[in-house]
Design a binder for this molecule. Structure first.
Ligand SMILES: O=P(O)(O)OC[C@@H](O)[C@@H](O)c1c[nH]c2ccccc12
Length: 264
């Protein structure tokens, strides 16, 4: 159990325990409901179901596989560029130790743009979903490989109870079956194996062939050019999650526009 995913979950577990000892679950839940009630919440799912190519543009300063990608960005400025390029939604990595993100990044993005926001983190406790909602997120990532069946189902319904979407992430057909079993309606297929970091579009291809009708699929990771988007649209994808390529692009809005023009 010394792989990266387990190590990240281990440090995260301690962090969440510490946070839970300073704020009660009732308080954070109230903050979440207040924030959800303060504005008209954005629908993450609806944003991904629009005509054409829908891109979730990610704010990702660093990663365990790539080290520092672009640590000094201003999240609000970058989010505005993503919005200008026609991003359907924004993903903000909030994990601190390995991705150098934070909930402050998410708050800054919330204040800057008017698109649905995904909290991208390693979530295993409802406390983290309330934190996400209180910071202004509209959706949370739930990684099937990191959760048992009962926890996955419970966390999904906590998100739903707040009017949020869960992006349920899988990497294999076996994980897809577990995502189906918990009632997931938005399923992300990570082309990157979180334990080995190997990237292959085969993951997206295999999962697309077995996904149930009505499930909205998102192809995630390792995407950087039109040709990849084109071959994924032929597999049936119309939603994509892109981080590194946008973080490294000299003009992220221009790259987004180009990728959104990809044809079948
Ligand atoms: O930077 P990329 O290769 O475009 O990937 C983005 C996103 O898919 C990736 O950050 C990601 C997908 N699932 C995750 C789970 C945890 C942390 C990060 C991720």
């Amino acid at each position: 159990m010394s792989d990266v995913l387990s190590r990240i979950l281990e440090t995260k577990r301690r962090k969440v325990e510490r946070a839970r000892s300073t704020i009660s679950i009732e308080m954070i839940e109230r903050a979440a409901r207040d924030e959800r009630g303060r504005r008209t919440p954005h629908s993450f799912r609806a944003a991904l179901a629009q005509e054409g190519i829908n891109i979730i543009a990610e704010i990702k300063r660093a990663s365990p596989s790539k080290g520092t990608i672009n640590a000094d960005i201003d999240p609000a400025t970058l989010a505005r560029r993503y919005a200008a390029g026609g991003a359907a939604a924004i993903s903000v990595l909030t994990e601190e130790d390995h991705f150098r993100g934070s909930l402050d990044d998410l708050r800054a993005v919330r204040a800057a743009i008017d698109l649905p926001i995904l909290r991208k983190d390693f979530i295993f406790d409802e406390f983290q979903i309330y934190e996400a909602a209180a910071a202004g997120a509209d959706a949370v990532l739930l990684i099937v490989a990191a959760l048992d069946e009962a926890t996955l189902a419970r966390l999904r319904s906590v998100a739903e109870g707040l009017g949020m979407d869960a992006l349920v992430e899988v990497h294999t057909v076996e994980e897809l079956n577990r995502a189906h079993a918990c009632g997931a309606s938005v399923i992300g297929v990570n082309n990157r194996n979180l334990r080995t970091f190997e990237v292959s579009l085969r993951a997206s291809e295999e999962v697309a062939q077995r996904a149930r009708d009505g499930v909205l699929l998102v192809s995630e990771s390792g995407l950087s050019d039109e040709r990849e988007i084109e071959s994924l649209t032929r597999m049936g994808y119309r939603a994509f999650l892109i981080g590194e390529a946008l973080m490294r692009a000299p003009d992220p809005a221009d790259l987004l526009r180009r990728l959104r023009r990809a044809q079948r």
